[in-house]
Design a protein around this ligand. Structure first.
Ligand code: PEP
Length: 251
């Protein structure tokens, strides 16, 4: 039985003050047992210490949005997996489409970050997803499977036993255009089958979450699909009421 995960990706939003308010509202609205899901927020780096403090002894865990593929050294501006661990981070988002598109992160580079996270015991949330053009030209499944294969080939299928996959169609991110439950379920089952070809055990245990304009209205039906194990939530995770409602949509 897979326990669903709902993770909030705050991206580069908020201030010290608004983050404090949001964190406190989540702690009071998501006490132990309020949601059946495991819950996580991924604030910007400067607010990790604040989040660690406010979330201590709460039902809300802590993730990061990015990390360096390097472990330490002369890499100005980078943040290592070991540093993240010191702030109570247990998950890290890898290969988000914004990083792939805006910072030219290749499949190969994403796989290096995946490995760097796991060396320190962080659980990577590996994002895969196709653009609208790729979907419309019939290449969506090939594209997402290639993105996942880069991890499987470089890190091995067993590495996925300690990871989460996020299916995030690029055309649904921040656009208000959510994939339909059946579109999302179809891709999640394709991804699970791709892992099952290497290990049915890992595939059966793997959490595959959906991301792309999830909101309080669409979450319940998406999360009810057999291969959808929760969500990665961007915009709606910045509003406590909406995020709490999404977390409670897991049945
Ligand atoms: C995301 O960026 O991971 C995301 C899913 O964003 P949004 O929910 O805003 O589409």
């Amino acid at each position: 039985m897979r326990r669903s995960l709902v993770a909030g990706n705050w991206k580069m939003n908020g201030s010290f003050e608004s983050s404090t308010e949001l964190l406190k509202a989540l702690v009071s609205g998501l006490g132990e047992g309020e949601s059946k899901a495991e819950i996580l927020v991924c604030p910007p780096f400067p607010y990790l210490a604040l989040a660690q403090q406010v979330l201590s002894n709460s039902a809300v865990g802590l993730g990061a949005q990015n990390l360096s593929e390097q472990s330490a050294g002369a890499f100005t501006g980078e943040v290592s997996a070991a540093m993240l661990k010191e702030f109570g981070v247990s998950y890290v988002i890898i290969g988000h489409s914004e990083r792939r598109a805006l910072y030219a992160e290749s499949d190969d580079f994403v796989a290096k970050k995946f490995a760097a996270a796991q060396v320190q015991g962080l659980c990577p949330i590996i994002c895969v997803g196709e653009t609208l053009e790729q979907r419309e030209s019939g290449h969506a499944e090939t594209v997402v499977c290639e993105q996942l294969d880069a991890i499987l080939d470089q890190c091995g299928v067993k590495a996925l036993a300690h990871a989460v996959v996020a299916y995030e169609p690029v055309w649904a991110i921040g656009t208000g255009k959510t994939a339909t439950p059946s579109q999302a379920q179809q891709m999640h089952s394709v991804l699970r089958a791709a892992v099952a070809r290497r290990s049915t055990q890992v595939a059966g245990q793997l959490r595959i979450v959906y991301g792309g304009s999830v909101n309080a209205r669409t979450a319940r039906e998406l999360f009810a699909q057999p291969d959808i194990d929760g969500g990665l939530v961007g915009g709606a995770s910045l509003k406590a009421e909406d995020f709490i409602s999404i977390c409670k949509s897991v049945s």
